[in-house]
Design a protein. Sequence first.
Length: 332
Amino acid sequence: MSTDTLPAREAVAPAAASPARRRALRSKRRREALRTLAFMSPWLIGFGVFFAYPLVSTVYFSLMRYDGLNPPTWRGLDNWTYVLTDLPKFWPAMQNTLWLAVVMVACRVVFGLGTGLLITKVKTGTGVFRTLFYLPYLAPPVAATLAFVFLLNPGTGPVNSLLEAAGLPAPSWFNDADWSKPALTVLAVWGVGDLMVIFMAALLDVPKEQYEAAELDGASAWQRFRYVTLPNISPIVLFAVVTGIIGAMQYYTQPIVASKVASGVIGGSGQTFEPGYPDDSTLTLPQLVYSLGFGRFDYGAACVVALVLFALSMTFTALLMRRRGGLIGSGD
């Protein structure tokens, strides 16, 4: 056999085997893809059923005239125009929701962090203080709101009685449009036990060596907090802010119960109630969604408000996550 033909035969063999090898690789990739999809299927099903489908349906019904009884009819952008320009309660609800998302969340984070710092510094009775601060968080929202409305009652509440006895002005709280949102903030801060526990865990995880090094460098207590504590717990602060804003965007139970009780409309036949008492000061976007959808059966307008609420939540979260690198990077 001539040796001149060997290179040609060796060149032909790989070429002849390459289609089979490619088919085997494609089959292997297909099996890996199917295996991956099988493992991801619970999440994909949950995402599709509980997020993608409701979101697409909300967008669809925001363009329709639909009352839940008759078939939907095309309306285009008329629902959006009505909500953004002609619905008188939309912008007050927007302002109240943004106020709560900024002020209430900031107060909860600051108070939760301060309480966590205080308890971690206490030498004796830590368990007692931790229990006392955490118990309010376990109170049902409706019961806690009812209790606060009676405590802050402008006529018979013990809080105003103590303020008057001390010679201080006694606000009308839930009956005053200027004080209703601060009263809701006080209620939210009272139940800050969840954040306190989270911050305590983060504070106890800060390396003690860094505190010792800062003390050797002559750092003050504020400097140790700013340059040691805060950078180490910054991911937890970010988590608390993001989850707090999402919770504020869903704030419904406490303001609706407080406004009902303060206005005297607790329930019963023949009583009608428009959320937001007093003067739309406690009206939030989730309340407006419920009022439009289940009170007026205007599902198109309710879907528009729901999409605005979704866009606000995504915007706040995206802005905070963009600053995540700088916030967490300060601790590196």
